[in-house]
Design a protein around this ligand. Structure first.
Ligand code: LLP
Length: 433
């Protein structure tokens, strides 16, 4: 039952606020690194994504560490968060990039990223994108079909170059994650079944415009158990033996995306050192450079979406907290039923409330949480939707002609807007009556 009595029932979870570094409460104010989010919201407005650069750096270094002595390359999956400033933070650390479109390559180059460290993944690359990537001098293509390899060979030939390629194999491993982001089973559109892969390697070994360098795979995202990744890694390693016996020299193995993250209290996500021990160790004797394409685990926990409570509305026995952010800003709850913790920027004892937290978009699917127990929030208060640094802004849209939010990057005690909030004029630019 809704209650507004803040003295009678103290909201006990207050003692354990959900935060992920670089977010923490200081004197009751939620801060990103050394900056209170309310100060950012006051200037940048809401809704607004806020990311912590040091949080990203720490996670990148954890991956570096997990590889230990293994020859490796970390290729950040740009799709997780492609803001130029985030790409620059990673480029400055020496990161490579995993791209899935010409647009993402453009972003990498604009941010100062090194084309020579770029791998191009995706099941449907166009010839134009292939040409652009060859001109830019990217490291390699992760190819997914015979027809794609034929197209790549034709484009490379027309430019008088060889394209370095790996084949994405489908190891038929169940990633045990949400069906929309599980990719490693035979029924999925991705990759080539392992038994079909060897004939493809042999066929294109004879194609002068293609240079085989490796084998790649990606079984899914938000993996809370690394066992399927370890299983895929073993399959890759034994497949490399098979390829080498068939006279095909392989020097790289790409294990695809990284580990899952903790979206809610009580959820246990694999830690990156454990991923190193259980997954990367499988490659130790393979004599290859190991490539990983982590996206989510580098940026998800380093970002939040800050929103303002517009209205609190009771309807029968239900209460609705209506935010100024909506599904167009963060679609993960609507699309995957994903959980994002919602916390007030000001932490203090509060009465509990059970509410649907929703946005202003005209769809019943426009929700961030349903029947969620929260500390009671009031109109005009600011809240943070946690763990929103990955697949947040990048999946934002202009649905309901809503400008996409601003993005802010915090680095220690300094912060700046790294993407301005869209204007209405920008939304209609390019249209004619
Ligand atoms: N490599 C490839 C080929 C991928 O397809 C992906 C993610 C990654 C790497 C990065 O995986 P990660 O380290 O981020 O798990 N929109 C969904 C996630 C889609 C993931 C697609 N592919 C979400 O919001 O959960």
């Amino acid at each position: 039952m809704p209650t507004s009595d803040t003295t009678r029932v103290p909201f006990e979870p207050a003692s354990v606020p959900f935060t992920n570094p670089p977010f923490a409460y200081r004197q009751g104010e939620l801060c990103c690194e050394d900056v209170p989010l309310k100060a950012i919201a006051a200037e940048a407005g809401t809704p607004c994504y806020v990311y912590g650069a040091n949080g990203i750096r720490q996670r990148y270094q954890a991956y570096r560490h997990a590889f230990g002595d293994l020859p490796h390359r970390i290729c950040y999956a740009v799709k997780a968060n492609s803001n130029l400033a985030i790409l620059r933070v990673l480029a400055d650390l020496g990161s490579g990039f995993d791209i899935v479109s010409g647009g993402e390559l453009y972003r990498v180059l604009q941010s100062g990223g090194d084309a020579a460290k770029v791998v191009f993944s995706g099941v449907g690359k166009t010839r134009e994108e292939m040409g652009y990537a060859l001109d830019a001098g990217i490291h390699s293509f992760n190819c997914e079909s015979a027809r794609e390899l034929e197209a790549l060979a034709a484009v490379a030939r027309s430019k008088g170059v060889r394209a370095r390629a790996s084949l994405r194999v489908n190891p038929d491993v169940d990633a045990k994650t949400h069906p929309y982001i599980s990719t490693g089973l035979r029924e999925h559109k991705f990759g080539v079944a392992m038994e079909d892969a060897l004939p493809l390697y042999q066929r294109f070994e004879a194609e002068p415009a293609i240079e085989w360098i490796g084998v790649s795979c990606h079984i899914g995202s938000q993996l809370l158990d690394v066992s399927p990744l370890a299983e895929a890694a073993e399959k890759l390693v034994s497949f490399v033996d098979e390829l080498r016996s068939a006279g095909i020299p392989i020097r790289e193995l790409d294990i695809g995306g990284g580990v899952g993250v903790r979206y809610q209290p009580g959820e246990v996500a694999p830690d990156i050192p454990d991923y190193g021990k259980r997954v990367l160790r499988a490659f130790a004797s393979a004599g290859v450079t190991v490539v990983a394409e982590p996206g989510r685990s580098l940026v998800a926990e380093a970002g939040v979406l800050v929103a303002r409570v517009l209205y609190v509305k009771a309807s029968g026995s239900r209460e609705f907290v209506i935010l100024d952010a909506a599904m167009n800003d963060l679609i993960r709850p609507s699309l995957y039923n994903a959980h994002h913790e919602i916390v007030p920027l000001r932490w203090e004892p509060r009465a509990p409330m059970f509410a649907d937290v929703v946005g202003p978009v005209c769809e019943s699917g426009d929700f961030f949480a349903r029947s969620r127990e929260l500390g009671r929030v009031a109109e005009e208060e600011l809240v943070a939707l946690c763990t929103a640094g990955a697949y947040g802004f990048v999946q934002a849209s202009n649905y309901n002609t809503r400008p996409r939010p601003a993005e802010v990057l915090v680095d220690g005690d300094v912060w700046r807007v790294v993407r301005q909030r869209e204007t209405l004029a920008q939304l209609v630019a390019g249209e004619t009556v």
